[in-house]
Design a protein around this ligand. Sequence first.
Ligand code: THU
Length: 141
Amino acid sequence: MSDSLTTEEMDQLVEAARQAVGKAYAPYSGFAVGAAALARDGRIFTGCNVENVSYGLTICAERTALVKAVSEGSQDIRAVAIYADTEQYCSPCGACRQVIAEFGSNITVIQANKHGKYLANSIEELLPGGFHAGMLGKGTI
Ligand code: THU
């Protein structure tokens, strides 16, 4: 099933991710990231990276946004935007790809840079052959 976002929807989601970057807690890396998850009910949940002195406990912006969406009752995710104030697009890490894929194989992932340019892919393109619920014999999502 194709479920492309309109340019307006993408722009709005990227702008929400751009605003969330200001909330980042990144005293160790100095690399601030913002994210925004769009649920199928139209709600947008923002997130930022939250680092920890025990580095491995750091939570990426994408996972913050998704945990907020789910904990507020929105599990049906259409898209996730990721923004960093850099030239390069901020590519989601492997852990975040797996967590995005948890909520649907048709999710659009948008990577945005500081010039407002972006790149959109489906999560299936970003995580081909990933581990999924069907492998546990619990059906597919
Ligand atoms: N980070 C994210 O929040 N999202 C990404 O997609 C890549 C990396 C964060 C984790 C850490 O706080 C900082 O960026 C540097 O790795």
